[in-house]
Design a protein around this ligand. Sequence first.
Ligand code: COA
Ligand code: AMP
Length: 639
Amino acid sequence: MTSRYPEIYRRSLAEPEAFWAEAAEAIHWYKRWDRVLDASRAPYFYRWYAGAECNTCHNALDRHVASGRGEQTAIIYDSPMTGIVRAISYRELLDEVARFAGALAAEGVAKGDRVIIYMPMIPEAAIAMLACARLGAIHSVVFGGFAANELAVRIDDSTPKVIVSATGGVEPGRTVPYMPLLGEAIERARHKVKRCIIVERPEIKGELVAGRDKSWGEAMAAAKPRACVPVAATDPLYVLYTSGTTGEPKGVVRDNGGHMVALHWSMKNVYGVDPGEVFWAASDIGWVVGHSYIVYGPLLAGNTAVLYEGKPVGTPDAGAYWRLISQHKVRALFTAPTAFRAIKRDDPKGDFIRNYDLSSFRTLFLAGERADTDTVKWAETHLQRPVIDHWWQTESGWPMCANYAGLGFLPVKHGSPSKPVPGYDIRVLDEGRNEIKRGEIGAIVVKLPMPPGCFPTLWNAEARYKSAYLEDFPGYYKTGDAGYMDEDGYLYVMTRTDDVINVAGHRLSTGGMEEVLSSHPDVAECAVIGVNDELKGQVPLGFVVLKLGVNRPHAEILKEIVALVRERIGPVAAFKTATVVQRLPKTRSGKVLRGTMQKIANGEDYKQPATIEDPAVLPEIAATLAGAGFTGATTAKAI
Ligand code: COA
Ligand code: AMP
């Protein structure tokens, strides 16, 4: 079949307003838009469906129940961590969401108020998100693997009225009690949160704080269901914090109208699933993938979504994904390449795959980090299904480059997430802001305006939105990724242009880790870089220069540093490796040569930059790493 993609892509750029007005017909609006695209604040700020009124929860739930989808399963909660498998119908989900909206309203939460959701992968997390959407309140989900300090930073930036949390999460071999983390975060934050609603999980005990906390059960028992509150299409649905170039996270804002249109459009056209079919994004609600494709996308499109509390391996084995696909008749799976590297490592011959009936399964989608060709080929060979690498970011909220299950696949080119998604005019520019020749590496940018669904601004930080994303390449959004486009228009995403690293599909800032290292009393200077890792793609590696006169054993100091990052940022940082060096390599203007250090650590060839302050330092770094047995491109080991 020839793909309909070329024609649809062409039209999306030639007639964007007509294109997105047509796509918006799939959504229920209380009031239609005055303008499809409001460019009155161009060249920086664009708004989709200005003047329209809608409600995301209505489109995700009420509308489907009203049209006869009430008995269809909306969410399958599958938790090998607790042994629970629970199917929740659209009708049940609507009832619970409406009631929890009542519980939030009883605590004074109204349209425009913020609610932080700090929760493990349990259905109550999705219920809380949808309940906020129902009230027009703005949720901010914080990933459970972040520590108290990260939560405190998000509390201060989003100033929530209520925090919804749980007594804890379950990780393989351990539980993660949330109550101490929540208590510490509330204590540290300047903004004082007066009310928390806590899911009491039987697996994890937690003391509720009298006067501050209410249990989920208690709140629900007393609650009266609430109806949907109409909001402006341009009102925020959520704020999701992501790593930037400093330790201060960026609050990515998502609106209601454009977000619904984009996600709904993607379910059929990108992912190729029809209403009633099962879609599984094996991610976490704390990440953008979880927001878009565990909760909102599948529900907006009338699919059945899978909420999985488990890992690709070890819960109980490398057959976990295949068990879920066969048991729940999953049509399309979306996960990060790191999950497949873990499966491939434990089951290199794909023996587990043969134990399950995968006849329902059509397509595998990978994103979140570069999909290495070995892993893609392994999945293709063993699954005998299309394996689609696609590229996107927290900021975009949905794919920017993909291949198209619904429009007809384009030929797959390994190493490339294929071609720009309709609505995205993607270019590759050089430092002089000129488009560069096909095949040459440059900054990947998107010509403004971005399509619906992409973030319209940063929470409370309009100036940062402009400076971080829009000012370096006027007229374009800077993705922060570098790469090239080939002669056929396929994009290749090679690396980040900032200090963001990607650890097991999780986006982390090395700048944020450096801030933690610098706060250790014995550290004079430090640098953190991302080095290649067979399983996680990248892992952080720290270099510290000690203050003069510090003569404690290095091993002791390094242990403290590793513990400090875990305590301040959280286990998700996977910061386990650091070393002491005499000095850091710098340019004459004092810039630390992190890129060159990265090459050395990865065992790649490197050039001595002409601007280096002292040429002796790089060989010193190489010798320190070699002396510690660090060869790069290997699973991290302590040095
Ligand atoms: N709450 C608390 N701690 C968490 C957590 C959570 N929600 N999620 C992860 N952690 C902890 C882990 O237990 C681990 O702790 P440890 O240092 O004590 O072992 C640490 O954070 C690092 O986690 P992770 O990087 O995920 O590594 P892992 O070794 O536990 O698992 C994979 C490796 C590949 C199996 C895992 O990363 C995975 O399942 N990836 C799937 C892809 C994915 O979810 N991507 C998200 C974006 S699409
Ligand atoms: P996040 O905001 O956490 O989704 O991370 C987005 C970043 O992950 C992107 O800017 C890329 O650096 C990286 N990324 C996501 N998907 C891909 C992909 N398919 N190929 C290469 N890099 C990717």
